[in-house]
Design a protein around this ligand. Structure first.
Ligand SMILES: Cc1cc2nc3c(=O)[nH]c(=O)nc-3n(C[C@H](O)[C@H](O)[C@H](O)COP(=O)(O)O)c2cc1C
Length: 339
């Protein structure tokens, strides 16, 4: 039987050779602290493409300098970033994988900046600075920065953009009632809290005609946070805007105790897929090929995002294929080891 994990999937004109996505993971390795790519990044992403993950997603990459989590984050706020990012994308393509990049802004979770910004002036915890409430002009500039980031991603040759609206970073800070206490038309109702993401998606679409994914935190682990109903509303809105896939993570909005176990976030991907009829990505402690195949066969999600297992083993796809008794193409240099 052909495993679904190794079947291709298309988003618009783009075909990905299998359903395995290298989940975005910050490497905090821009050693020059100016957002540029370093040799480590190229080795890191290329090796996972050689390992046959169908889609490689470059880590959260800051659209504004003050939107970095740390000073060692990758950036895409300046033209000087394009050259290095293009090297990553080219080396991913050299192995037949598709490339994507996660456009991000940390908002109140920026750790190294003097002045930080958010929807409302509420600190994440005592260990964090209190952000300044964004003015209308700050909002406009940030939306413009996501658009410029998309233009640069295009110049760098990426196939897919993912907008990072999860894990309590800036967009999530607007979406959640736990972090957004604004009195203007960006706060209050769910419709208003969605407005910032809405405008970012519209701006990105002006600069980018390829597939766009959005990562959300579909559980805030707090009774006063967004509910399933609100997430389904956001998903419907994203679908209307032409978003190609919702990558369903959870948490990070406010400090919370999360009990994680294999597949703990999959029910969220399943709920959004079935209730909003939009493709979803499943992520979170997906460790084996059999586990991934179950998710796909039961149509609980469309893509399988793998993070830590790919840090342990760049050839995770090969191990999953062996488990599922599938033959997959080896990088030509490695054929003798993959037979
Ligand atoms: C080192 C590390 C860095 C991460 N950085 C990001 C990131 O840049 N963007 C993001 O959306 N998630 C990030 N995550 C979360 C992962 O993408 C993934 O959602 C999470 O680790 C759960 O998947 P796993 O159980 O397969 O590791 C990071 C996780 C790790 C371990």
């Amino acid at each position: 039987m052909n495993a679904k994990l190794f079947s291709p999937i298309s988003f618009r004109e783009l075909e990905i050779k299998n359903r395995i996505v290298m989940s975005p993971m910050c490497m905090y390795s821009s050693e020059s602290e100016d957002g540029t790519v370093h040799p480590f990044h190229i080795t890191h992403y290329e090796s996972r493409a050689a390992g046959q993950a169908g889609l490689i997603m470059v880590e959260a990459t800051a659209v504004q300098k003050h939107g970095r989590i740390s000073s060692k984050d990758l950036g895409i706020w300046d033209e000087s970033h394009v050259e290095g990012l293009k090297k990553i994308s080219d080396r991913i393509h050299a192995h037949g994988s598709k490339s994507s990049i996660q456009l991000a802004h940390a908002g109140r979770k920026a750790e190294d900046e003097e002045v930080i910004y958010s929807a409302s002036p509420i600190a994440f915890s005592d260990a964090y600075k209190t952000p300044e409430e964004m003015t209308k002009q700050d909002i406009t500039e940030t939306i413009e920065a996501f658009k410029s980031g998309a233009e640069r991603a295009k110049k760098a040759g990426f196939d897919i953009i993912e907008i990072h609206a999860a894990h309590g970073y800036l967009i999530n800070q607007f979406l959640s009632p736990l972090t957004n206490e604004r009195k203007d038309d960006y706060g209050g109702s769910k419709e208003n809290r969605y407005k910032f993401l809405y405008e970012i998606i519209e701006a990105v679409k002006k600069a980018w005609d390829g597939p766009v994914f959005v990562r959300i935190s579909a559980d805030e682990y707090n009774p006063h946070g967004n509910s399933d109903k609100e997430f389904v509303y956001f998903a419907h809105e994203m679908k209307k805007q032409g978003i190609d896939l919702i990558d369903c993570s959870t948490g990070g909005v406010v400090p919370a105790k999360i009990s994680s176990y294999p597949g703990y976030q999959i029910p969220k991907a399943e709920m959004i897929k079935s209730q909003a009829s939009i493709p979803t990505g499943a992520v979170g402690m997906i460790q084996s090929g059999i586990q991934a195949e179950e998710i796909l066969q039961n149509e609980r999600a469309d893509l399988i995002f793998i993070a830590r297992a790919l840090l342990r083993n760049p050839y995770w796809a090969k191990y999953a294929a062996d488990e599922l008794k599938q033959d997959i193409e080896a990088p030509k240099q490695y054929v003798r080891g993959w037979m």
